[in-house]
Design a binder for this molecule. Structure first.
Ligand SMILES: N[C@@H](CCC(=O)N[C@@H](CS)C(=O)NCC(=O)O)C(=O)O
Length: 228
């Protein structure tokens, strides 16, 4: 199987897929969409224009959930989906919550919270950095306003995020991973969002107060191969 990943290093969804590829010990070519003409290829072949997108033997699979399923179908060991139907349902709901809800808190901490907003543009490198910092930031803030979180007061967003982190901590009591002692797709989705969150000033401050969450992240990181 030949795998080419259209990738952006800092994207929580790309972090999720790179961790899955490593966990399954699959080799792949990494294509940074900010270098060369790869973004034009992505735009041409992917109607959402989003990353990650994974080319599997020439066929482009888009969206991190579909990519995870395609990899799990082709390489079922280690599995990303539990066999038990009730656990499989929890796996799906938790993955979807991480991708579709928690993501917006990371995006908010990065592009809207004042200190995050000041620092985020500086993370881009190269000649396009100033343009990228301005355009990605304003597009993120438009998304946050349309979704609703961007119109909430800071204290409310902080309380909502703290409540979610507290719930995760409670869920992880006595378990290594969200569903027990084996990591499944929901854990890779959560890991991507937590790593992204931890790279923001407010996200780091909230996570640092929760050692159970940081040791969970250490456990997830340890599943990856040492060279990536
Ligand atoms: N549901 C998608 C979300 C992917 C996503 O939002 N990717 C962002 C990067 S974090 C992106 O490519 N944004 C560019 C854009 O919206 O044009 C997935 O799970 O893959």
């Amino acid at each position: 199987m030949t795998l080419r990943l259209f990738d952006f290093a800092g994207s929580p969804f790309c972090i999720k897929i790179r961790a899955i590829l490593d966990h399954k010990r699959l080799r792949y070519e990494r294509i940074d969409i900010l270098s060369g003409i790869s973004y034009l290829e992505l735009r041409r072949r992917n109607p959402t224009r989003k990353v990650p997108a994974l080319e599997v033997d020439g066929r482009l699979v888009i969206d991190s959930t579909e990519i995870a399923y395609a990899l799990d179908d082709a390489h079922p060991d280690p599995p990303l989906r539990p066999a038990d139907p009730r656990l499989a349902a929890d796996n799906h709901v938790l993955e979807d919550w991480a991708d579709e809800s928690l993501y917006f808190y990371g995006l908010w901490c990065r592009w809207q919270e004042p200190e995050g907003r000041r620092l985020a543009p500086k993370t881009f490198r190269g000649p396009l950095a100033p343009v990228l910092g301005a355009t990605v930031g304003s597009s993120a803030r438009s998304q946050l306003a349309a979704q609703g979180i961007g119109r909430k007061p800071i204290a409310l967003v902080r309380d909502e995020l703290s409540r979610s982190l507290q719930s995760l901590e409670t869920r992880l009591e006595g378990r290594d991973y969200l569903l027990g002692h084996v990591p499944y797709l929901c854990d890779f989705a959560l890991m991507g969002q937590l790593v992204y969150l931890q790279r923001t000033p407010m996200g780091a401050a909230l996570l640092d107060r929760r050692p159970a969450m940081t040791s969970y992240l250490d456990r997830m990181r340890a599943l990856r191969t040492p060279d990536r």
